[in-house]
Design a binder for this molecule. Structure first.
Ligand SMILES: [Zn+2]
Length: 458
């Protein structure tokens, strides 16, 4: 699960509420084995894979393992033709700012008061004699203006912008500066839209846009390219092959960071647990061998760095053909509702949750509503990308994110998981989604207009 920018920018203090434990009598419903689940999650979360960093060689080893598991269960590959090729490859670039300079009315603005997000490696703009340039826009955020809203609107619009910020915004500015200097990552698309390229330069200054007579602004960044892999498997449907049920999880995590002691971010819960779920669901439905709809099982890369795996995947097929997306994210520990229970994000956005709960009610179980609406979790995993295209796309999770001490820490390792709870949740997902697989339920589509867009620049 990704850390949201707003979470990085604004620290929300959350009250930790008391635990409510609900116990379910668990009925053995299918043959997903605890032994196999344990084996998969243990390997994916092992130190050997060094935290599955997107830019590492170890993430390839993880991809090979997932592909091997799909292959040994006889699934079809990413192309829907072979039973050997499970890799969907794509490229991303990372653009990292190196130098920004800004001179306004002959006065140089110090580098400590400058920040930029750019998809352009090298740019230089001028303005003279108060004549507005058509090349870029200048905006000001006064003391009482909402800086975050302004920056977010420009990011969603794209284009080239200089934003002059009243020094009252210093604290928030410095958070953006810290975030943006790590660089911005982008998906390389075959037909990059011209207007998707953009720049936002931010400057702390007492000068406002209407007081500018002349201006020089330039920026230099470095660019690196990387090839990443989604691991994709398929079980063609028997009677409704053009309707797809998508099971997904991300297999990337944060890698290794320097320092003393434990430096490996194993990501056992985030999201070796979800990846284990899709591998075992794939095995389960392959053995069943009678799915009416086509099932796709996808292990996404690049979730932790901005969701580029899901973004690329969503452009390789018609999103209209996806009946539902079951995105599985952090299910390795009991939820606040008890061991073996889970909740889903955006439950109110489609009928999927209530339809799955009709099935589960027969065994006195249910999928709960996301108990942490203030965390914006609907937008913090790969489901959001497909939801923006109208797919009933939700994340299913059991994390107690409001008090999880292991979230995005090196301690998110195997010893922090409850493997029995993980196993129960995977089995519950198999049971709950059976009518989707059979083609007997079809959830309503998500209203795209109610899903917030993603920034074009950072
Ligand atoms: Zn994460």
């Amino acid at each position: 699960m990704i850390n949201s920018l707003s979470n990085l920018l604004i620290k929300i203090s959350i009250l930790i509420t008391g635990l409510t434990t609900v116990c379910f009598a668990y009925v053995q419903t299918n043959n997903i084995s605890l032994t196999q689940v344990t084996k998969d999650v243990t390997y994916l979360a092992s130190d050997e894979l060094k935290g599955r960093d997107n830019y590492s060689t170890e993430i390839r080893v993880a991809a090979n393992y997932i592909a091997k598991r799909f292959q040994e269960n006889g699934l079809m590959g990413a192309d829907g033709l072979s039973k050997t090729n499970f890799f969907q490859k794509y490229q991303i670039t990372k653009i990292t700012p190196q130098k920004i300079s800004l001179t306004i009315n002959g006065q140089k603005i110090s580098a400590v008061n400058l920040a930029m997000a750019s998809t352009i490696v090298n740019f230089s703009w001028q303005m003279n004699n108060s004549v507005k340039s058509s090349e870029f826009e200048i905006h000001s955020a006064g003391k009482n203006d909402d800086m975050a809203a302004l920056v977010s609107a420009l990011n969603n619009r794209g284009g080239k912008h200089l934003v002059l910020l009243n020094p009252a915004h210093k604290v928030l500015f410095e958070r953006y500066q810290h975030y943006l200097q790590q660089g911005t990552t982008r998906l390389i698309q075959q037909h990059t839209k011209k207007n998707s390229a953009g720049v936002i330069v931010m400057a702390l200054s007492t000068i406002t846009a209407d007081k500018i007579d002349r201006l020089n602004v330039s920026g230099i960044s470095t660019m690196s390219k990387n090839e990443l892999i989604n691991v994709v498997a398929m079980l063609p449907g028997t009677t409704k092959p053009t309707e797809i049920v998508l099971y997904s999880a991300h297999y990337d995590h944060l890698g290794v960071k320097g320092g003393q002691g434990d430096v490996i971010y194993n990501g056992a819960d985030d999201d070796a647990s979800g990846t284990t779920a899709i591998i075992n669901l794939a095995q389960y439905f392959a053995k069943q061998g009678n799915n009416a709809r086509t099932l796709m099982f996808v292990a996404f890369s690049a979730e932790e760095i901005g969701g580029f795996g899901a973004s690329y995947f969503s452009k390789q097929l018609d999103p209209q053909t996806i009946t539902a997306m079951i995105n599985i994210e952090m299910i390795g520990k009991p939820s606040k509702f008890g061991a073996g229970t889970m909740w889903m994000t955006g439950m109110e956005r489609s009928t999927l949750g209530e339809q799955l709960n009709i099935v589960l009610a027969k065994s006195d179980k249910k999928i709960y509503k996301d108990p942490y609406p203030e965390q914006g979790l609907f937008y913090r995993s790969d489901n959001a990308t497909l939801a923006r295209l109208g797919v009933p796309a939700h994340s299913f999770s059991s994390t107690q994110l409001d008090k999880d001490q292991h979230y995005h820490q090196t301690s998110d390792d195997l010893s922090s998981l409850d493997l029995t709870s993980l196993h129960q949740i995977i089995k519950m997902l198999a049971t709950a989604t059976q009518p989707l697989v059979d083609g007997s339920i079809t959830p309503s589509r998500i209203d795209k207009n109610l899903v917030k867009g993603k920034g074009l620049i950072f």
